[in-house]
Design a protein around this ligand. Structure first.
Ligand code: LLP
Length: 417
């Protein structure tokens, strides 16, 4: 079900014409659908009914306060990877007792703040981090609930930059090391073992790497039990893929059903950390064609969104669908390279797209709700795009477009100038 659809040839975000949003708020603009976010989150909830569970939305995918607020109101948990993400969740009304803290390099200050906030669990990624957490917990005077992130050494068959579960990756501890780390955790006075965690990669379109992982983790849980260590929750991370082009990822429901089937009657709380599968298709990036520049080699459509706004095509060669906001295009039909204003050859949103374009046309890039705005920057001193959240017929300004003053806040010329 899409919450972005064409009605009489005009793209709508829920019940609002995208053109009207762009006219009122300018471009480039990220436009999110509240219903789409809710729908995806609730698909996880429905699929997990009847089983102890916690769905922790991976904040990194889209951390706008309004987006977090939508999910917090549904009772979602949150997976964070920094002190900044922790503060965002707290500001958005998220329940600290449903937060898990992932990440390979948590600082002592971040750990202390998370302990004080009363988070659910630290996903510990190394033996050294475990020692540091124990000391911080001692200093704060609160035991730290932990799970160890293991790296199950499975090939997630995804882009190498977003595959995280192989031995060669920096994440987690190896299966062989896991027992030792848990035994050490059991000895430490200020940590309390509550779970086992993993995350094998992102944009997975096949269930089999998850099932292989689950098998290995269940064996590890048995080994730990023999050593007198009880695991109460199993966190399988995020990573379920979405359809950008012709990928055929399993639905959330069938993904969860397959996991539940393999889990059988085990008394374990199941946890997930989905980001992309909740946010990607809940957002578009709207951009305007500034100029058309047909050349002998390429037809360039120069648009007002660049790699600083959406870096996924430049960074991962990601393909995201780009369509006109108004279908009644009277423009020049050609294979267009949709390129941005940034002074880099790698600054493109899409190449060789068959579109009819006129100068001034509005385009929508689909699947932009996850890892879009959050990865944007001020490169070339370009203010970051506005973010709008649509709810039925309402448009909420989730983040104002960044001004020049916003961009130079904190910068100073030399004294005496
Ligand atoms: N949990 C952990 C520990 C993670 O590292 C990640 C993503 C997630 C959960 C959420 O994964 P998801 O459900 O969104 O696949 N910037 C890249 C994606 C990087 C993902 C990093 N970790 C992209 O644009 O494709």
């Amino acid at each position: 079900m899409s919450f972005f659809s064409y009605r009489e040839g005009e793209l709508h975000a829920e019940d609002v014409p995208v053109r009207a949003i762009c006219d009122a708020h300018g471009t480039p603009a990220y436009i999110y659908s509240r219903a789409a976010l809710e729908n995806a989150y609730l698909e996880y909830e429905r699929a997990l009914e009847g089983c102890e569970h916690l769905v922790c939305y991976a904040v990194k995918a889209n951390s706008n306060l309004a987006v977090l607020d939508v999910l917090a109101r549904l009772g979602a948990g949150f997976d964070i990877v920094s002190g900044g993400e922790l503060e965002r969740v707290l500001q958005a009304g998220g329940d600290p007792a449903k937060i898990v803290f992932s990440g390979v390099s948590k600082t002592a200050a971040e750990m202390a703040r998370a302990l004080e906030a009363g988070i659910h669990c630290f996903n510990v990624e190394s033996a050294a981090e475990l020692e540091a957490l124990n000391s911080v917990a001692n200093a704060v005077g609160r035991p730290a609930p932990v799970s160890v992130r293991v790296n199950p050494d499975v090939d997630a068959k995804t882009h190498p930059y977003i595959s995280t579960g192989l031995r060669e990756n920096k994440f987690g501890v190896t299966m062989e090391e896991a027992l030792r780390v848990y035994q050490r955790a059991a000895e430490l006075e200020h940590v309390e073992i509550i779970g086992l965690d993993c995350h094998i990669g992102s944009q997975l379109t096949d269930i089999s790497p998850y099932l292989d992982t689950l098998q290995r983790l269940l064996e590890l849980i048995d080994t730990l039990a023999k050593a007198g260590i009880t695991i109460r929750h199993l966190d399988l991370g995020g990573g379920l893929g979405v359809r950008y082009r012709d990928e055929e990822p399993p639905s959330i429901a069938s993904f969860i059903a397959a996991i539940r089937e393999q889990l059988g009657q085990r008394e374990l709380t199941l946890m997930f950390e989905p980001g992309r599968s909740i946010a990607a298709n809940a957002g578009i990036l709207a951009t305007r064609v500034e100029y058309l520049k047909p050349t002998a080699e390429h037809n360039f459509a120069l648009v007002d969104a660049g790699m600083n706004d959406m870096i996924r095509p430049a960074l991962y060669q990601a393909w995201l669908d780009i369509q006109p906001v108004s279908q009644a295009g009277s423009g020049q039909r050609a294979q267009w390279d949709i390129v941005g204003p940034v002074c880099e050859t790698g600054d493109f949103l899409g190449k060789g797209r068959d579109l009819s374009l006129n100068q001034g046309d509005l385009l929508a890039m689909f699947g932009a709700g996850a890892y879009g705005f959050v990865m944007s920057s001020n490169y070339n001193t370009r203010g970051r795009a506005a973010e709008l959240l649509v709810d039925g017929e309402q448009v909420h300004v989730a983040r104002e477009r960044e001004s020049f003053t916003d961009m130079i806040r904190g910068e100073q010329r030399l004294p005496g100038s």
